[in-house]
Design a protein around this ligand. Structure first.
Ligand SMILES: Nc1nc2c(ncn2[C@@H]2O[C@H](COP(=O)(O)OP(=O)(O)OP(=O)(O)O)[C@@H](O)[C@H]2O)c(=O)[nH]1
Ligand SMILES: [Mg+2]
Length: 441
């Protein structure tokens, strides 16, 4: 089962590029560092390649990312393609890039109402071509930011069209949440418009917040001069923890690897709740990794408290937050990678108190395992949750956008491209409902 990736806008292209280089790096890990035998390792790497890359049959040709790149200005696409090429290990497929010259000027309406429809035919031609290279497309993974105009507007438009064109494929959108003291004045409008539209068409929206990622880079990884590349590496580390092959007991046997679709079905039990977040442990700089030894018991205990206290990282977790005050989950998926998996006790994540009473016991937690060592961590755990935690940031974005909207600040820029005031109001109503739904959990 393969996944076609769509990289939209500057952020979407940069994050996507980082993900594919992370996948290739993982595939090329020295056998001696994998904790697997040769045969098992080669099955694993075949699976990664099949899922995310098209491998041309001619010998000597590089694997091509199963990706379509879209931006309304050329720079991010050109740079991302160049970096892939420089690696000498993989490439983007030729002629699967759509770009224009001017960008969407951080204007969601320009992306959604103008650029999206104008480019629809060409972009869908590329998506079709990419899908036809797969034996079986399980779904689409779209990368985009919420704050600009292209990733957010064109991204929301394309997702809506994908739902019509590929009704049986899953649609997972990974969105980058802007800095709360962000650089784009209308970012809260763009975020509200994007999220409300994705809520109608995507199966799940995976949120990564730049504020939290920034903190991980500075406090945990000790990075002094921080750039988007560092942040994107953290995003990709989280994503790889989820996307790389692993096996779940619920579907044993050869087809049991974590087809994303199966994972999403568990995580999104009903369409009123589709916001996902990822936490992972441990996270440390490459130099510290060599000197660290972990026990599963400690990792699990910390990760559980990160869930309960809604902490983005293991440092400075508030241990005072009690389970009773926790942000209850509709579902959790726990993915464990590395050594000594038979010693792990995951029962603390099935604790009924972590879930609302109406979630059946067998729908609460799914556990995936993979003995292969990931990213030089001898043990690491990734947790994907569908719970209340994003609604605090969501509420703040809605409030700020509403304050601006109540004085109609900057709305003329959106109206100019065909968006109406009712469209704004509809988006507010949709998201208020999302917040209300999660609050009732
Ligand atoms: N994490 C991360 N955030 C990014 C990156 N590039 C931009 N952003 C964030 O994305 C938002 C701006 O969106 P962009 O992706 O640059 O905009 P765009 O989709 O290209 O849209 P236009 O430039 O308006 O056409 C801001 O919140 C930035 O903080 C990146 O590489 N990584
Ligand atoms: Mg841009």
């Amino acid at each position: 089962m393969s996944v076609v990736t769509l990289q939209i806008g500057q952020c979407g292209n940069q994050v996507g590029g980082q993900l594919f280089s992370g996948l290739v790096e993982d595939v090329n890990t020295k056998l001696s560092q994998t904790n697997l035998g040769q045969r098992a390792n080669s099955d694993y790497t075949d699976e990664v390649l099949e899922r995310f890359f098209h491998c041309p049959e001619k010998p000597g040709q590089l694997p091509q990312a199963r990706a379509v790149m879209v931006d309304m200005e050329p720079k991010a696409i050109a740079q991302t393609c160049l970096e892939a090429k420089k690696s000498g290990l993989w490439m983007y497929p030729p002629k699967q890039q759509f770009w224009q010259q001017r960008g969407s000027g951080n204007n969601w309406a320009h992306g959604f109402k103008v650029h999206g429809p104008a480019a629809e035919e060409k972009i869908f031609g590329m998506i079709q071509t990419e899908a036809e290279k797969c034996d079986n497309v399980s779904g689409f993974l779209t990368f985009m930011s919420l704050a600009g105009g292209t990733g957010s507007g064109v991204g929301a438009f394309i997702t809506q069209c994908l739902k019509d064109e590929f009704p049986h494929a899953f649609l997972l959108n990974q969105v980058v949440w802007p800095y709360s003291l962000g650089e784009v004045i209308v970012q809260n409008y763009n975020a509200v418009l994007t999220l409300s539209h994705l809520y109608q068409s995507a199966d799940a929206v995976l949120i990564m917040e730049n504020d939290q990622l920034h903190k991980i880079c500075t406090q945990l990884l000790n990075i002094k001069k921080l750039g988007f590349k560092d942040i994107n590496k953290v995003i990709c580390h989280k994503l790889l923890g989820v996307l790389l092959p692993a096996v779940t007991e619920k579907y044993p046997g050869i087809n049991s690897s974590n087809s994303l679709g199966v994972m999403l079905e568990h995580l999104v039990p009903c369409p009123s709740y589709k916001l996902l977040t990822v936490k992972n442990i441990p996270q440390m700089s490459d130099t510290s990794k060599d000197f660290s030894v972990f026990q599963w018991q400690g990792l699990i205990k910390h990760l559980r408290q990160m869930l309960i206290a809604n902490a983005a990282m293991e440092e400075g977790i508030d241990w005072q937050v009690k389970l009773e005050d926790s942000r209850r989950s509709l579902a959790n998926t726990l993915i464990l990678r590395g050594r000594d998996l038979d010693t792990v006790d995951t029962s603390s994540f099935s604790d009924p108190r972590l879930y609302p009473p109406w979630v059946p016991s067998d729908s609460r937690l799914s556990v995936y395992t993979q003995p292969r060592v990931f990213s030089s961590y001898e043990k690491c755990a990734t947790l994907v949750s569908n719970n209340k935690s994003p609604i605090y940031s969501l509420n703040s974005v809605i409030d700020k956008a509403w304050n601006m909207f109540s004085s109609r600040a900057y709305t003329h820029l959106y109206v100019k491209h065909g968006l109406t005031e009712e469209d704004f109001v509809d988006s507010f109503v949709t998201l208020e409902q999302v917040v209300a739904n999660y609050k009732s959990v």
